[in-house]
Ligand binder design. Structure first.
Ligand code: ADP
Length: 465
């Protein structure tokens, strides 16, 4: 069985409010009714008690031994307990003989007391017309003799007051609930209206309008807090979208250059018949461009995996000094081509915990740049040292150095200081981004400073553990 559940929070709030209110009102009405009934009954009973206690002086004995009741303020005519409230009285002697019977009293009052009660008892009886009478019977001293006395009063005034009260309560409860329900609905609608506005504003925010924000009426209340949190999320999304857009635009731009070069070289090569050696040159230069494209795609994939969180580090114990020497050997050919001298200054082994392949790539990128940007015959020095907190690998080169305003930006993707020259050198501006990611993934940091004798010094600082 599926439970009915209104879709709108507004209706649900109203119904909960209404249910709570009906329960409270019903309990309150029940309490009021019980209290009034108790106090009206207690009042009637105390009047009966008074009648009973005053009876001693209210009777006089007739010469024939019967009694006369000295009540002067009663209307002698009607006997209908609906109209007349009493009091009425009857008196029996110890043998059950009637000593006094109120001529105006309704039937149940005059009925014989089957067994005279030992002490006064109060009870309600029903008169033939369906009306209720409250009576008190018990032993009492009347005109010098011990008798059984019964005094009675109509209960109808009490009952009719209770009926009116009940009618008012029963009529008032649904009315009050109706008014309160309408009020609760209006309050809920007003309280939730910012959500509607937020939903409308959120619907308008699309990939092309990520700059829009949700309205924040009051930043200190719960809804304002929610809108603020959403707005912060939108800001982050906007930044990511912008980065993605720039990345895609830059990546396509970088790919177009080698592709155009391949195409142009091919077209020029085919324009007229050439000797075999010329074709070889054409193919060689096309392969060179294809290589560049290949490197670019590989770098892009590395960055995409790194940023998507897919690249997991496989950490092991690595000797940073040995790794530095290994990278120098790996790039020795490039340095030799430019007659550069590359030295490694790493006295002893420097063990750290790292992903060997990832860290190696970072060092390759730094040394590759050092070779690329240092002049022919220049000097490059790799230095591995240990500080209290870090193991440090520094690459000193004899290149043109990095202008201070570019020092931070060179680590951004596709950033090159002199675009045309460094593209000629083969780079797309991704090498340092990859190096930075690799170092930061190890909990370290990368920085660049001007070298003491010109050039620049790139430093990788890794946690010493
Ligand atoms: P690229 O692949 O183009 O070298 P990088 O991200 O490695 O890209 O470097 C970004 C830019 O920083 C380079 O284009 C270059 O302008 C500058 N750069 C990097 N390393 C050096 C260096 N050792 N000396 C001078 N400039 C450098």
């Amino acid at each position: 069985m599926t439970r009915w559940r209104p879709k709108s929070v507004r209706v649900r709030l109203t119904l909960w409010h209404l249910a709570a209110l009906v329960i409270v009102l019903a309990a309150y009405a029940g309490g009021v009714f019980a209290f009034v009934r108790h106090s009206l009954r207690a009042d009637l009973d105390s009047r009966l008690q008074e009648d009973f206690e005053r009876a001693e002086d209210a009777f006089s004995r007739n010469p024939d031994g019967t009694l006369a009741w000295l009540v002067g303020d009663r209307d002698a005519e009607p006997t209908d307990p609906d109209v007349v409230e009493g009091p009425w009285a009857c008196v029996w002697d110890a043998n059950g003989r009637v000593l006094y019977r109120d001529p105006l009293a309704p039937a149940p009052v005059t009925a014989v007391v089957p067994v005279p009660p030992a002490r006064p008892v109060i009870s309600s009886v029903k008169a033939p017309g369906g009306r209720w009478i409250r009576e008190m019977s018990g032993p009492q001293d009347v005109a010098g003799a011990r008798v059984t006395l019964r005094v009675a009063r109509s209960e109808e005034p009490v009952r009719s007051q209770l009926r009116s009260l009940l009618a008012i309560l029963l009529l008032g409860l649904p009315l009050a609930s109706l008014v309160a329900g309408a009020g609760a609905y209006l309050v809920a609608r007003r309280a939730l209206s910012p959500i509607d506005r937020m939903a409308t504003a959120a619907r308008r925010i699309t990939a092309s309008r990520l700059g829009d924000r949700l309205p924040v009426d009051n930043p200190d209340d719960e809804l304002g807090h929610l809108a603020t949190v959403f707005n912060e999320t939108f800001s982050r999304l906007e930044t990511s979208f912008e980065q993605l857009r720039r990345f895609t635009a830059d990546a396509s731009h970088e790919m177009r250059t080698p592709l155009t070069a391949i195409r142009t070289v091919g077209e020029v090569g085919l324009r007229e018949p050439r000797p075999e050696a010329a074709y070889r040159d054409v193919i060689a230069s096309m392969l060179e461009e294809a290589d560049r494209l290949n490197r670019l795609v590989e770098n892009l994939l590395t960055l995409a995996r790194a940023e998507g969180g897919a690249a997991k580090l496989a950490c092991e114990r690595v000797d940073l000094a040995a790794l530095a020497r290994e990278v120098v050997d790996h790039l020795a050919v490039l340095a030799e081509e430019k007659q550069q001298v590359v030295t490694v200054d790493a006295g002893r082994s420097v063990p750290i915990t790292a992903d060997r392949a990832v860290l190696r790539q970072a060092i390759i990128n730094l040394l590759d740049n050092a070779v690329k940007f240092s002049p022919v015959g220049g000097c490059i020095r790799l230095e591995v040292t240990v500080q209290p907190q870090h193991a440090v690998l520094a690459v000193h080169d004899s290149g043109p150095g990095i202008p201070s305003e570019d020092a931070e930006r060179i680590f951004e993707r596709f950033y090159r200081i002199e675009k045309s020259r460094s593209r000629d050198a083969g780079g797309a501006g991704l090498g340092l981004s990859i190096a930075r990611w690799a170092v930061e993934a190890h909990g370290g940091r990368i920085e660049v400073q001007p070298g003491a004798q010109g050039g620049s010094v790139f430093r990788i600082l890794l946690p010493n553990r």
